[in-house]
Design a protein around this ligand. Structure first.
Ligand SMILES: [Zn+2]
Length: 381
């Protein structure tokens, strides 16, 4: 009992520290943006660049490059604390500092390349279509996002992990059986070496249509029974069956349209308030970033409550398809212990920050399923 209490306290400690770092870095980021904007540093930087370069694209690119470098220097310590130091302190990672640094730099490079492309397109639209740039920008970014969702796991994952076809034949049979039950076509099942980085286990059904495949972390394969792994996969298949990804994609479109509509109004106000040269002034980018940061924070509880509802539906289908609530419960317990999840977080934190119901609630759901569906347990494989 003492061991369990210790683990619960460690989990609460870990989650609290994680949240503190998140809050601190996001608050600082917001203050840095506001400071950069209202002190005139943003317009000052743009003017200095214009005095040495007389090409819009060159000014735009160099401005972004300087911001990206400053952001990397200023916020890498937070990434280090959150992504490496804390994980090491709580023995959640297997990674060496060098490997972490390599991955962190790769992530930053990929993030900024995609970010640069997006910001360049937005600036192009602001420059050439000032009247309806906002709807075009929303649609363009949305199309990019849909492409990323479909291709990211296939293109980006190999940058970080080695991926190979699943070798466990027994599990392969169970997965085919589950896929048939769920009525889902799968183009392949693969495992990847997540143990290189972390002790935490993970699995995903990724891609849409013909690119749909199942990815299983080697940490999941080595630490969980086939029945427990099946419960995880069934949960992921349930997301696909219920078309949760499509719902998220649709919500994203609404979010992007409203974000860019509000941005258009605020940018027009900003031209007078901050002496921007026009809507397409590169110096106005921090204002867009502020709108985006505040907008995302306001929407966070709404989006998370929607996500928790979908997670609950996926758990429910997983329990029905596998008919083995005990495997579901032991899987959930193992995952929770490995990730140092707080099984019973304060309600305000859960509302705001939890995209999944707490482990306590998910296990309670499985227990009540077990009591209500004793007779269906014979559908176990
Ligand atoms: Zn899920």
């Amino acid at each position: 009992m003492k061991g369990m209490n210790d683990l619960a306290n460690t989990s609460k400690d870990y989650q609290r520290k994680k949240l503190e770092i998140w809050l601190l870095s996001n608050t600082l980021e917001l203050f840095a943006l506001v400071f950069f904007l209202i002190t005139g540093l943003s317009t000052g930087l743009r003017s200095s660049l214009e005095s040495i370069l007389n090409n819009h694209f060159a000014v735009f690119s160099l401005y972004l490059l300087i911001i990206a470098a400053a952001h990397f220097l200023l916020f890498s310590p937070f990434s280090y604390l959150r992504g490496y130091r804390l994980e090491k302190q709580y023995r959640l990672t297997n990674e060496t500092f060098c490997n972490w640094l390599k991955d962190h730099s790769k992530m930053a490079a990929i993030g900024w390349t995609l970010g640069f492309a997006a910001i360049f397109c937005i600036n192009f639209l602001l420059r050439h279509y000032p009247a309806n740039w906002w709807s075009c920008a929303a649609l363009l970014l949305w199309a990019g996002y849909v492409l990323l969702v479909q291709w990211m796991p296939i293109i980006i994952l190999p940058f970080f992990f080695k991926i190979k076809p699943l070798e466990n034949e027994e599990l392969m049979k169970q997965i085919s059986c589950l896929a048939a039950k769920a009525g889902i076509g799968i183009s392949g099942v693969f495992e990847f070496n997540m143990s290189r980085k972390t002790k935490a286990a993970n699995a995903a059904v990724v891609g849409l249509g013909s690119t749909r495949r199942i990815l299983l972390a080697d940490t999941l394969l080595s630490g969980f029974t086939n029945d427990e792994i099946s419960a995880v996969i069934a949960h992921e298949m349930a997301h696909q069956k219920q078309r949760h990804m499509l719902k998220i994609i649709f919500i994203n479109l609404i979010f992007l349209l409203s974000f860019f509509y509000v941005s258009d109004t605020i940018l027009k106000w900003g031209v007078g308030a901050f002496r921007f040269k026009g809507l397409d002034d590169v110096a106005a980018l921090p204002l867009l970033a502020i709108v985006f940061t505040i907008g995302s924070f306001i929407l966070l509880p709404l989006i998370n409550s929607f996500m928790r509802k979908m997670e609950n539906e996926a758990d429910d289908l997983s329990l029905r398809w596998c008919g083995n609530p005990d495997a579901f419960i032991s899987m959930m317990q193992k995952l929770s212990d490995e990730n140092l999840a707080d099984p019973d977080p304060p309600p305000l934190l859960e509302t705001f920050f939890y995209s999944h119901p707490s482990t306590g609630k998910r296990i309670a759901h499985a227990i009540s399923f077990k009591h209500n569906n004793v007779q269906t347990n014979d559908s176990k494989y």
